[in-house]
Design a protein around this ligand. Structure first.
Ligand code: GLY
Length: 297
């Protein structure tokens, strides 16, 4: 863990998925916009938790991504979203599952961190948002365009962010609009600490996107934490976890993850055709964005 240094790092993603060429520009611009929102907070000494929430809010508000606006419809034609947020300072977490009609699921997860409960679902989650005066949204506003719904049939894309702040604190977050045609009440990995996300100042922080059922069965974020504890590099830890997906969930089980180790080492890996990522650290002259890992070279 960094302790009161000026080292900071931020990485965000816009989903493990396969993109049409026409979607690439909006995805690249969107992750850079999300990164800018979180970077501004980290540069002025703000918290990793605030930076992660700010970045994810931007991604939820952009219809190019399957989270908040741009969500998939379930088998009944309704929108049910999931989000999770975790603070590496004290392992506090807030998450919502199958929540309807809220503008920013990540904002509801953030507000829940002030309570004892870690995860609220369905009507209970919506009631909590309403009781706390959090912004609501109509289904029309949240629903992804019809052509995107059919393009992403069965695909699991998500958005996420991971940050290390100048105080050595870490946070991770996820948000998803689910899978097109998913069963009513389905919850994937995104709101599950240890599944789709984890953050611990003493180890690192990670956020996943991809086949939610398989990520949950494998407790993929926990596996990354165990690898980091064993001294594995951030990127190798994620790559090792992602490599487990097809063997457990079948050939189509793909995904991607982003992470930051406690010492600030940033890593990401995926086995999906695309995984749109943007990252910036206190050591970098400028932010960088990638649509797939092979662009890194
Ligand atoms: N990874 C997001 C989901 O499967 O719901």
């Amino acid at each position: 863990m960094q302790d009161g240094t000026d080292v900071w790092a931020l990485i965000v993603h816009g989903g493990a998925k396969e993109m049409e060429p026409a979607e690439e520009e909006a995805n690249r611009a969107g992750v850079l916009q999300a990164l800018a929102a979180g970077r501004e907070i980290l540069e002025r000494g703000g918290s990793a938790l605030d930076a992660v929430e700010a970045s994810i809010r931007v991604l939820e508000d952009l219809p190019a991504f399957n989270a908040g606006r741009g969500s998939m419809v379930n088998e009944q034609g309704d929108i049910e979203m999931c989000a999770g947020l975790m603070d590496g300072r004290d392992l506090s977490a807030g998450a919502v599952g199958a929540i309807r009609r809220v503008r920013n699921p990540i904002g509801v997860a953030r507000r829940l961190m002030e309570e004892k409960e870690v995860l609220l679902v369905g009507d209970g989650a919506l009631k909590f948002a309403r009781d706390n005066g959090l912004p609501l949204a109509g289904e029309e506003e949240l629903r992804a365009a019809a052509e995107k719904q059919s393009l992403l049939e069965g695909a699991h894309d998500t958005v996420g962010a991971v940050a290390l702040d100048q105080g050595g604190n870490m946070a991770a977050g996820t948000s998803t609009g689910g899978i097109s045609g998913q069963k009513v009440g389905r919850i994937g990995d995104s709101p599950l600490p240890g599944g789709g996300l984890y953050a611990d100042n003493h180890v690192g922080a990670v956020s996943f996107s991809g086949d939610g059922e398989t990520i949950a069965r494998l407790a993929l974020a926990s596996r990354v934490m165990a690898s980091l504890d064993d001294g594995v590099d951030m990127e190798q830890a994620i790559a090792k976890a992602v490599a487990k997906l097809p063997g457990t969930g079948g050939a189509g089980a793909d995904g991607g993850g982003i992470g930051i180790r406690k010492d600030g080492q940033v890593g990401w890996a995926h086995n999906s055709p695309h995984f749109v990522v943007a990252l910036v650290t206190s050591d970098m002259a400028a932010p960088r964005a990638f649509l797939r890992k092979t662009e890194e070279a």
